[in-house]
Design a binder for this molecule. Structure first.
Ligand code: FE
Length: 285
């Protein structure tokens, strides 16, 4: 039996800035209580004027979770304490597991034109929060793209099995296992297109609508907003005038979350330890 997911909460994306003055819109994670386990935060970086992004995200720490960056327009360079250097290009992504600690910078590589991308903060289970840091660049060509039911789809993480087609994203539990088993799909709906996608029942899911309008089970929503979805084993999106969205799903951790800025742990004690380690310069050791 199939059960369609519907919208249980609309979280409008609010204009804000982070890093050194980078303009962005925050939805999931904009306030306490707006998380959707295992998803901690979603930012849409969107700026046309270089003054609104040129400062980038200078050196800063993370501990206890993963950051997933996905670019649509413009380029950013990542550099971290492990010596990794990566260039994020349009259509490409980066999967970084902060684990016990990463110190990195994310800097725009342009001084004109639009910068448009997303950063998701994905939680790690208690047992993995202190694992060694890891990092993976995903080239645009590694992300499978296809047309499903008239919609243009790119699969960044997880698997999609539909009649006649089976897609596997570059982060798919084989080469780079992720305990929360995330699904992350970029979906472009032309006017009048309807798409129905399977989502593992019991997983938490949300859609981030960043262009246009759509309907989920006859509930209407407009961009920019995050749409938390009910449980079920599929979701159906219909757009009368066209829409662009990202769809996320993942296995909930059901663990306490203690957060202070770029540190996300289970308890206050672990947060104090993270701040102490960072202060002493031993965060990544
Ligand atoms: Fe960062």
């Amino acid at each position: 039996m199939t059960q369609q997911r519907n919208i249980t909460q609309v979280i409008p994306a609010l204009d804000t800035a982070d890093g050194d003055g980078v303009k962005l819109r925050r939805s999931i994670g904009a306030a306490e209580g707006l998380r959707h386990d295992p998803f901690l935060m979603l930012d849409e970086i969107l700026a046309d004027d270089a003054a609104d992004y040129i400062g980038g995200f200078p050196a800063h720490p993370h501990r206890g979770f993963e950051t997933v960056t996905y670019m649509l327009e413009g380029q950013m360079q990542h550099k971290d304490h492990m010596g990794n250097v990566g260039l994020l290009k349009p259509g490409g992504a980066q999967w970084m597991t902060a684990g016990r600690g990463v110190i990195h910078e994310e800097m725009p590589q342009q001084d004109e034109g639009r910068l448009h991308g997303f950063q998701l903060w994905l939680n790690l289970p208690a047992a993995e929060k202190m694992k060694p840091a890891d990092y993976r660049d995903i080239e645009p060509a590694q992300i499978p793209e296809t047309t499903l039911q008239g919609a243009a789809v790119r699969l960044i993480a997880g698997q999609l099995a539909l009649a006649g087609q089976s897609l596997s994203g570059p982060i798919n539990g084989n080469g780079y296992p992720v305990t929360t088993d995330p699904l992350m799909v970029d979906i472009q709906l032309a006017a009048g297109v309807e798409i129905s996608l399977p989502i593992q029942a019991g997983y938490n899911a949300f859609a981030y609508l960043f262009e246009g309008e759509l309907e989920v089970a006859s509930q209407r929503a407009s961009a920019p907003s995050a749409l938390k979805l009910s449980d079920g084993d599929s979701v159906r999106f219909l757009s009368k005038a066209g829409a662009r969205l990202l769809l996320f799903a993942g296995k909930p951790l059901n663990e306490p979350v203690a957060q202070r800025g770029p540190f996300v742990m289970n308890t206050q004690e672990e947060l104090y330890q993270a701040m102490k380690d960072y202060g002493r310069g031993t965060l990544t050791e």
